[in-house]
Design a protein around this ligand. Structure first.
Ligand SMILES: [Zn+2]
Length: 336
């Protein structure tokens, strides 16, 4: 099966994805507690600008404004009936923006977690999770997304339910998890566990990887963990622009554009193919990342020390797998 992303993956050494959605929308006036997906309908001009800024800064691929656009999340805003519609609009705006450029630009339909705990620990059954993801997937597909993009997942059960839903929608996909708890996902998955899980899926993703989490350093340690498993599947690195710090009443990420440029090159050298940012990553970061990927030659796979020298200390001594050499527990960062 060929589609825009597999063609790009076949033709390119690296692909620059986009940066933050939330941080950029907050800068445009989104209030904390609001559902960003409402803006697809209420302020399409701002969503168009969000996408355009990423592509103008050099992104080859951007995510749609539909992270919380599933019925379970929208229910918190009384909009559970609008999941398919709001997702469709997010992709329609994306399609329009992407098709204006004379280079290929991929529209990736963002699908975030349901926000609920899955059975057996929680109340959300596998069947219902598949239904929720399927509804959103159909909306994104209708709107013209090239691929779906599952992100910030912690539970393997949820990742599997989404994979099944995307098969029902018959659209290729990518999927990342968030390793934010001392090298593991909140539900305890390690980088090695994720590779094993992905390889066993009935409907495998075009690419898999990590997004968000703690800082850029931790994210690259996770990428090295994926690479160590020896899978050929393309790896996604979408790390936050540094560490969140609470400052003057708002959250600020301490990663400079130059730091993210170093991160992008280290991510590529570590073995990632699709490289972008997550929270705190603005267009100015993306421009620097693009420039660095285009101008700096490919290097050796970085060591953990090279990563911390360039990007700062890890948030935890070990990466959660238990068989690495623990880094010294210096500068342990507090979570904001
Ligand atoms: Zn993030």
């Amino acid at each position: 099966m060929t589609n825009a992303l597999s063609q790009m993956l076949a033709a390119r050494d690296w692909i620059l994805a986009d940066g933050a959605t939330g941080t950029n929308l907050f800068n445009m006036g989104l209030q904390s507690g609001d559902a960003p997906e409402m803006w697809n309908d209420e302020h399409p001009d701002r969503i168009e600008l969000l996408y355009k800024q990423a592509v103008d800064a050099g992104s080859d691929l951007f995510l749609t404004n539909s992270f919380g656009g599933n019925a379970a999340r929208l229910k918190l805003h009384g909009a559970q009936k609008r999941a398919r519609e709001l997702s469709r609009i997010s992709a329609e705006i994306g399609r329009e923006v992407a098709d204006r450029y004379d280079r290929p630009v991929i529209v990736a339909g963002s699908v975030g977690p349901t926000g609920e705990i899955m059975a057996p620990m929680g109340a959300l059954t596998h069947e219902l999770a598949v239904e929720i993801f399927h509804e959103q997937a159909e909306g994104l597909k209708e709107g013209g997304a090239d691929v779906l993009w599952l992100e910030t997942i912690s539970a393997p059960e949820e990742y599997k339910a989404a994979a099944e839903a995307f098969k029902l929608a018959d659209i290729p996909w990518c999927g990342t998890m968030s390793f934010d708890t001392a090298g593991r996902t909140m539900m305890g998955l390690t980088s090695a566990d994720m590779v094993n899980m992905v390889d066993k899926l009935g409907n495998t993703p075009l690419a898999y990887g990590a997004n968000c989490g703690v800082g850029a350093s931790d994210l690259l340690r996770t990428v090295l963990g994926f690479v160590a498993q020896g899978s050929e599947r393309p790896i996604i690195a979408k790390g936050n622009a540094g560490i969140p710090k609470y400052h003057d009443g708002h959250i600020h990420y301490d990663g400079t554009p130059d730091l993210m440029a170093d991160y992008a090159v280290l991510a590529r050298d570590a073995g990632a193919t699709i490289i972008g940012g997550c929270c705190g990553t603005m267009p100015e970061h993306l421009s620097k990342m693009r420039e660095a990927l285009e101008t700096r030659p490919r290097g050796e796979r970085p060591t953990l020390d090279q990563i911390t020298d360039a990007l700062g200390a890890f948030s935890s001594a070990a990466d959660g797998t238990g068989d690495d050499t623990p880094a010294p527990r210096r500068n342990r960062r507090r979570r904001a």
